[in-house]
Design a binder for this molecule. Structure first.
Ligand code: AHG
Ligand code: MN
Ligand code: MN
Length: 348
């Protein structure tokens, strides 16, 4: 029989791990730690609904459009409410922002405001909900920039390089939460029997030998010559790698997560088919920047095809951006082929 003490010694709950990580920050007050706990709790609540979605009559659309003009799925609305309600009254946040809400989300007057900013995509990959395919949540935490009083848009429009923490939850065959505060990227798997996230993937980094490339190849006819050349390069054996296999789920979190563990690159280039989104589909603040932060701390890199995602100064809350993210060598190759094929030479 396994010795109980030895057995428990190996079980690291997310609470214990986050608290231990606080020792990296001697001046920490515990506020960030508590926001991360709240996100873990939100994850459990949302996971309990995603697994029951078919049973609870929650499948399908809520019959409204969100600020991007996309249909809001019922689970999007549920995830939005869950994250908002767990964070509106804690006194830890100055302001929030979400994919599902047009303007910044203020903290109600009756509650205290705090020093952090929470930005999130409550449910990512929602077009997959009805088909039992993995979906996710993405979150990003900044320190507020303004002094005091209610947080403002200025607090939200910060470049990814100033992130304090970021993470995602993937609701797949099991639920996992992956986050970083800048000291490694760590993954936790929800044990449904005890309702706890347990450390399952400490210190994640991209494997040196990548396996996959992930792109919606259905849009190939609309790609620029640079993206076409890049895709050919990914498919072939080169000095850097063997030819990669294609995997594309259509849930950014799930695609990113697989490539983080197996090695590879996800890209969603600027879309030339739809003039409404010439700058790509994915959103800088609550999709590209947080995943770019995680990629960086796992030894990878995120680019918009011309430079680092983390260096982009946002100008709008729901701004879209082309995204290339994964093993550094793969993302840098996208930059060089785009430079070679798609950009006019300097002075032209
Ligand atoms: P969301 O569900 O939060 O609106 O995000 C959808 C995104 C992302 O998850 C995914 O990578 C991408 O849309 C898929 O787009 P295509 O269907 O155009 O490939
Ligand atoms: Mn999304
Ligand atoms: Mn979403």
């Amino acid at each position: 029989m396994t010795d109980l003490k030895e057995h428990l010694g190996k079980l690291v709950t997310i609470e214990r791990f986050i608290l231990d990580q606080q020792t990296h920050y001697p001046d920490a007050t515990g506020t960030l730690t508590n926001i991360l706990y709240d996100m873990a709790l939100a994850a459990k609540i949302i996971a309990s609904k995603t697994t029951q979605a078919g049973l609870a009559g929650i499948l399908g659309s809520a019959g409204e459009e969100n600020v991007q003009g996309e249909e809001v799925q019922k689970l999007d609305a549920f995830a939005q409410r869950t994250i908002y309600r767990l964070n509106d009254h804690t006194g830890r946040l100055a302001v929030m922002a979400s994919e599902e809400v047009e303007d910044v989300i203020p903290i109600p007057d009756r509650f205290q405001v705090g020093k952090y900013v929470l930005v999130f995509d409550p449910l990512d990959g929602s077009s997959n909900i009805d088909f039992n395919v993995g979906v996710g949540t993405i979150f990003a935490i900044y320190r507020r920039k303004t002094g005091d009083g209610p947080g403002t848009l200025e607090d939200v429009l910060q470049p990814g390089r100033d992130l304090v923490a970021a993470g995602y939850i993937v609701y797949g065959s099991s639920t996992m939460m992956v986050y970083s505060t800048g000291h490694g990227v760590h993954g936790f798997t929800l044990d449904p029997a005890i309702g706890e996230f347990l450390l399952s993937h400490p210190d994640i980094s991209y494997p040196a030998k990548p396996k996959y490339y992930s792109v919606n190849q259905g849009y190939e006819p609309y790609w620029t010559p640079g993206i076409q050349a890049y895709t050919k390069w990914l498919q072939s054996d080169t000095p850097e790698k063997k030819g990669l296999s294609l995997r594309y789920i259509g849930s950014l979190v799930a695609d990113f997560h697989r490539n983080l563990l197996a090695g590879g690159v996800f890209y969603y280039p600027a879309d030339r088919k739809d003039p409404k989104k010439p700058g790509g589909k994915l959103r800088l603040l609550y999709e590209a920047a947080p995943l770019g932060f995680l990629a960086k701390h796992a030894g990878g890199y995120a680019s918009d095809g011309t430079g680092a995602i983390l260096d982009i100064e946002p100008t709008r809350l729901h701004q879209r951006v082309p995204l290339f993210v994964g093993n550094r060598v793969l993302v840098e190759k996208a930059e060089s082929l785009i430079r070679e094929h798609d950009q006019p030479p300097v002075g032209a």
